[in-house]
Design a protein around this ligand. Structure first.
Ligand code: FHN
Length: 405
């Protein structure tokens, strides 16, 4: 490691401060409105699917609008599908003709995305699918060895293009590393992942790489559930707003999570020193559906009041019982009250510290602090109705780093 190579702690510092990112799944599949797996699940022949590129010309695509919505949501970074499993590149690739630059749109959407995020001051993530359903060698390496080799070569060449042609990139979000008939260590061997990621780090020394190329790298990526990694290990839950398999646009998507659920998932991730990557699936024209826009804006309104309890959060050594969760930062602890108690009196078990103040972030009201047996703290004098419908945060200023008893 040379002197200027940043340490893991230096590389991941911004990520811990960020806590909240927006995932974007958008591509040819958006035209069909049946999710990003439509080509595979409906067995659409490669040539038939490829003809969608002639229709993909989203005049309304506006990367600045995406960036502006992410900022309004209180997100600090985005991760965008530069290429999904269908093989269609939203960037200019010298090793593929199946790209948005060489088809109807004649646009490098990744370049527009990068420019918009830089302008907005957001960190930049690239999602890249290693697998590509167009290669028979992906499905059967023995029957199609040359195709399997070409698939890996494509991945190395395109990752190099993405790491070379768009300036400083903050996250490389691999996906699609699984290979039929190959397990465990062989996966990294098949993709030559160690060689690939060494090249990435040479080109982008500050970058964070996730754990989906067959090697752990920097970040764990629980999907659709919030599960903390061990202290010291970066992790990020990715989740859809709608149905589980609706990363890409699904025209009729009946199950949108509520704002309450989404905020409480974000808090749960922050409580475990992890990040929450919440997905939107823009429509074929590049605009984001209102159900997703409304939810992101509501999260942003909540973060504008309570963000200090999320951004840069640390694990808190004491919990909040059944009422909710706790996060910490420096000498402060934050009680996230999801289930406001009937009388507005909140019991917090296990605080060893002296509490200097207890303030409801949403209203500025001070709670009266009393202590009881068994190391219990009582927060009193609070309203009977919850000040926030989703998560009322009470900031405790302590006499030092939070300690449990
Ligand atoms: O197969 C993909 C899926 O389409 C989507 O991109 C998610 C997002 O994390 N990843 C894979 C499923 O685990």
């Amino acid at each position: 490691m040379s002197a200027q190579t940043p340490t893991y702690e230096e590389r991941i510092k911004w990520f811990h401060e960020a806590r909240f990112g927006i995932f974007v799944h958008w591509g040819l599949y958006s035209i069909l409105g049946r999710g990003e797996w439509v080509m595979h699940l409906e067995r659409i022949p490669v040539d038939e699917y490829a003809r969608l590129a002639r229709r993909f010309n989203p005049k309304k695509f506006d990367a600045d609008a995406w960036a502006s919505l992410a900022k309004e949501a209180g997100a600090k970074y985005m991760v965008f599908t530069t290429r999904h499993h269908d093989g269609f590149c939203l960037f200019d690739s010298k090793v593929s003709d199946f790209t948005s630059v060489k088809s109807a749109a004649k646009r490098d959407f990744v370049a527009e995305y990068v420019q918009a995020l830089r302008k907005a001051g957001l960190k930049i993530g690239f999602y890249y699918s290693l697998l590509d359903w167009r290669f028979p060698g992906y499905f059967d390496q023995k029957a199609h060895p040359e195709s399997a080799k070409a698939l890996v070569e494509q991945a190395h060449a395109q990752v190099k293009e993405l790491m070379t042609n768009y300036g400083k990139i903050d996250i490389l979000w691999y996906d699609g590393g699984w290979v039929p008939g190959i397990q465990g260590e062989e996966v990294a061997d098949f993709w030559r992942s160690r060689e690939l990621n060494a090249m990435v780090r040479e080109l982008q020394p500050h970058i964070l790489i996730n754990n989906r190329s067959g090697v752990p790298e920097d970040l764990d990526t629980p999907e659709q559930h919030v599960t903390a990694s061990a202290p010291g290990r970066g992790w990020e839950t990715c989740m859809t707003i709608g149905d589980q398999w609706g990363w890409g646009y699904i025209h009729n998507n009946p199950n949108f999570k509520t704002v309450c659920q989404l905020i409480q998932y974000l808090v749960t991730a922050a409580a475990g020193e992890g990040n929450y990557l919440l997905n939107v699936g823009p429509k074929p024209d590049g605009t984001i559906r209102k159900e997703e826009v409304e939810r992101l804006k509501a999260i942003g309104r909540w973060l504008s009041v309570n963000g200090e309890s999320i951004y840069g959060s640390e694990r808190c050594p004491f919990g909040a019982g059944i009422v909710g969760l706790t996060t910490a930062k420096g000498n402060n602890a934050y009680i996230h009250v999801f289930r406001w108690p009937k009388q507005g009196e909140i019991t917090i078990p296990g605080i060893k510290n002296k509490i200097e103040s207890a303030t409801v972030l949403a209203t500025g009201q001070q709670a009266r602090i009393e202590t009881g047996s068994n190391c219990r703290t009582f927060l009193k004098g609070l309203p009977k109705r919850p000040p926030d419908p989703y998560d009322t945060v009470i900031k405790l200023v302590l006499d030092g780093k939070p300690e449990a008893c």
